[in-house]
Design a protein around this ligand. Structure first.
Ligand code: PRT
Ligand code: MG
Length: 208
């Protein structure tokens, strides 16, 4: 049995067609079904539905053989213990700094609200900017509006969320897409099944 860890939201939506090309179609719709383990049309493949930030953990410990996770999550987690053989080019977005549209360019010692504490620390250190990082778990956009932070580090896709909150994107930190990750032991123990799947994904991606 191959177990693939995937999160429910946009990554799942974008991953579905890719999985379908490999003959993997969940037999229940996770939007309406509360099951956390989904059987698929392939008797040798099951999906586990977890929080996006938990995907590297499940794969690292071998609770899932494979996983699909955003590069943002993988970097923040520190995913050296995982293989990352494929950029799936799905759920693409940009990790950016953002500030109030009327705020002057940032200078001096600043406060930054984000859920990407490690990435933000590294980024501002490289820029030579003294930044106090404030960890939040959501609604980062609120922080500059209520004086909690001078800027935020968050994912931007259309920019609508920033605009709706009078914020604007400032600096690009990195481009983000979702990656296929593989548990190292599984790569050895289930080599045939996993490499067949990788080949299928590569073929689908090459045809896009
Ligand atoms: O829901 P949960 O707390 O478990 O996690 P989550 O909300 O982070 O998970 P989910 O399912 O949304 O998937 C997150 C992953 O999708 C991220 O790790 C990224 O790799 C990827 N991704 C791609 C995005 C976006 N695009 C994105 N736009 N994740 C989040 N956003 C959010 C962003 O944080 C902001 O709030 O969408 C808003 C911005 O979108 P625009 O279009 O308004 O700019
Ligand atoms: Mg979400």
């Amino acid at each position: 049995m191959l177990t693939i860890a995937v999160s429910k939201g946009r990554i799942f939506e974008d991953a579905l067609p890719l999985l379908a090309e490999a003959g993997i179609v969940p037999t229940d719709d996770p939007k309406t079904c509360r099951k956390l383990i989904l059987a698929t049309t392939r008797s040798d493949v099951q999906l586990v539905i977890i929080r996006a930030t938990d995907v590297p953990t499940f794969v690292e410990y071998g609770a899932a053989d494979l996983g699909i996770a955003g590069k943002d999550v993988l970097i923040e987690h520190g995913a050296e213990s995982l293989y990352e053989p494929l950029d799936l080019n799905i759920a693409c977005c940009r990790l950016m700094t953002a500030a109030h549209k009327d705020a002057p360019p940032l200078s001096g010692r600043i406060r930054v609200a984000t859920k990407y504490v490690k990435i933000a620390q590294r980024y501002f250190a490289n820029q030579g900017i003294q930044a106090e990082i404030i960890k939040l778990y959501g609604s980062m956009e609120l922080a500059p509006l209520v004086g909690l932070a001078d800027c935020i580090v968050d994912l931007v896709d259309t920019g609508n969320t920033l605009r709706a909150n009078d914020l604007e994107p400032r600096e690009l930190i990195m481009n983000i897409s979702s990656r296929l990750v593989v548990n190292k032991a599984a790569m050895k123990m289930k080599h045939e099944a996993i490499s067949a799947l990788l080949t299928q994904f590569e073929k689908t991606l090459a045809n896009r």
